[in-house]
Design a protein. Structure first.
Length: 593
């Protein structure tokens, strides 16, 4: 195991060992990371372990991995590849396969694609091992740890995974060696918060918030207050665009000097961040707002001051927007992380089918899963995956399309579907209607019936004519849903090529959609918005926690807000506001649980 905090270089030795292996495998959490390893191995950019690197190579700091690019003053991860280090490597992800040589010894893939293949390896690297406890994806990490047939298995991730892996390996009899790494640059907590003042935002800052709506709200406000253009990164943004936005932020002279992102910045993005600013220290978990975990605080805060990115030994800085949140941040970074409690496992298809066959015909998937968990015997260190979002969506799809076959439902369970997106779910319904009726999914009809094609055409016309005023958050949301639908089609085409035969055409539409999304983001940075003065003054006070419907103390009253409004009758725009009235007081009194 290679464990340590963010910016400790913990993946370094594992990847060099992989480059030296005759037969090897990299399994990561993101397609972006799998693609980077694929590219670097084929180009010979990683100097294999045990090989003394030659002089003259330039280190490549532009990596999304947590690794060192130099060793002993010599470059071991290089901008230019060396043919003598090059290895043929195949790429396998859920929506992309590049088989350069069917007899190649190296593979780079996403963890979900590992499976339990009988293929034997000399070295296998499983990245972000702490995700073994993730409720929605953890089963794939458990399968990888227990199922990969390899002489050496390198597990890279956080310290909190060590006790659980030790417990799992007691059952397998494998020897475990733990290598611990320290952070390469210091991390410091600022003395004071930002006090809700967006004019204090500086070049190299990264603001972290936890909703897509807030990301665009902050983007508009910061660009207005500071004059600095903002790049963005969040979960629904395609990996390719996240990488492009990161490049805009990192490269001097682009004008994009600030990054605004969700917790998606905590993994898989190369970012030259000087200071991390937490807008909030709470995140909506689907039912309520909860404080970030100690691990979440540390992973996000650790992105500040990345090694090799700024002046030597210059610390990364972390701060909150509100002063009331500073004690919470300080305590979180001081506390040790709690060890992982259990490893997630996927329900075995054969076992689940056996349960379904024992139940009455037409039993819903949600009921079957409850029965399955009830009758299954589980060791305390294991827990089944949480598919509650998918199950409720399946019940909805069944009610619209009619009963799906069990194999279809199990296939959809693993498909890349954003079940919380109603537009995406409606698209899935259309896909399954065509699939069930014709055993053929016409992507043109799909996009037309869901109005996605019309939205894309409208955006294309705007892009070609230079009309920027129509580019908006709403347009981006529609394009994101379209992109997810196209990704679903490509994913299904690898599993049912007869019913989904138009993969290449869909990939062209997907690439076109990404170009339009990139254009839309650029326009949203250049469009000048007029924000009414009264609304801007009021929002500034809200951000500082100074708002109440009744005057009192230092709080701004609703009547003062109305006075500001009367002084400025400019056109209104929608700026999502913070939780008002009681929320600031809650933040002042709430302590770490």
């Amino acid at each position: 195991m290679h464990v340590g905090p963010t910016n400790s270089g913990k993946t370094h030795n594992a990847l060099r060992a992989l480059a030296a292996a005759e037969r090897g495998l990299y399994a990561g959490p993101l397609r972006l990371l799998a693609h980077e390893i694929f590219e670097r191995l084929n180009k010979g950019q990683i100097v294999p372990l045990g090989v003394d690197p030659d002089d003259g190579g330039e280190a490549d700091e532009n990596t999304n991995m947590d690794l060192l690019t130099t060793e002993g003053g010599k470059a071991v991860v290089r901008k230019e590849g060396n043919p003598k280090y090059a290895r043929v490597c195949n790429l396998i992800t859920g929506e992309e396969q590049k088989i350069l040589d069917e007899y190649a010894g190296l593979f780079s893939c996403t963890v979900e694609m590992v499976g339990t293949s009988a293929r034997r390896f000399d070295v296998a690297v499983v990245d972000e091992i702490q995700l073994i406890s993730d409720p929605e994806r953890g089963g794939s990490w458990t399968t990888a740890v227990l199922g990969i047939c390899t002489k050496e298995l390198h597990l890279c991730g956080e310290e909190r995974a060590v006790p659980l892996i030790q417990a799992l390996l007691k059952d397998t009899g494998d020897e475990l060696i733990v290598n611990r790494y320290e952070r390469l640059t210091p991390l410091e907590v600022a003395e004071k918060s930002m006090d809700g003042d967006f004019s204090k935002v500086e070049k190299g800052d990264c603001l972290v918030t936890f909703s897509r709506m807030n990301i665009f709200r902050l983007k508009a406000r910061i660009e207005k207050h500071s004059g600095l253009k903002c790049a963005v990164a969040y979960g629904r943004l395609p990996p390719e665009l996240r990488s492009e936005q990161a490049a805009l932020f990192n490269k001097p002279g682009t004008g994009y000097d600030v990054m605004i992102g969700s917790d998606a910045i905590g993994m898989g993005l190369n970012l030259k961040i000087k200071r991390i600013i937490f807008e909030y220290v709470r995140k909506w978990d689907g039912t309520s707002e909860k404080l970030l975990s100690v691990s979440q605080f540390k992973q996000i805060a650790g992105r500040a001051g990345r090694y090799g990115m700024h002046s030597k030994n210059k610390p990364g800085i972390v701060v909150t927007m509100q002063e009331a949140d500073m004690p919470i941040l300080r305590k979180a970074l001081e506390l040790p992380v709690e060890p992982l409690r259990y490893a997630r496992i996927n329900a075995a298809a054969d076992d689940f089918i056996a349960v379904m066959q024992a139940l009455p015909l037409g039993t819903s998937l949600s009921t079957a899963m409850q029965v399955f968990k009830y009758v299954a015997k589980m060791h305390p260190r294991y827990e089944y995956m949480d598919i509650s979002d998918g199950v409720s969506a399946f019940d909805y799809i069944d009610s619209v399309v009619g009963e799906l076959t069990l194999s279809d439902r199990l296939l959809l369970q693993h498909a890349p579907i954003l079940w919380r997106d109603p537009v995406a779910v409606r698209a899935v319904v259309q896909v399954m209607k065509m699939y069930k009726t014709d055993m053929f999914v016409d992507y043109r009809k799909l996009l037309k019936d869901t109005d996605m094609q019309a939205s894309l055409d409208e955006a294309l016309v705007m892009m070609e004519t230079g009309e920027t005023q129509g580019a908006s958050e709403e347009m981006m949301s529609g394009l994101e849903s379209l992109h997810k639908t196209l990704v679903l089609y490509i994913w299904m085409s690898f599993r049912s090529s007869v019913a989904f035969p138009e993969r290449e055409a869909v990939e062209e539409v997907k690439n076109q959609t990404e170009k339009v999304m990139d254009w839309c983001l650029q326009c949203m940075s250049t469009v000048k918005r007029r924000v009414p003065v009264w609304r801007d003054q009021w929002q500034t006070q809200v951000d500082k926690g100074n708002y109440s419907e009744t005057a009192g103390g230092s709080y701004v009253s609703g009547s003062q807000r109305d006075t500001w409004k009367a002084q400025d009758e400019g056109p209104r725009i929608s700026i999502p506001r913070n939780k008002l009235a009681s929320q600031p007081q809650q933040r002042r009194s709430e302590s770490w649980p």
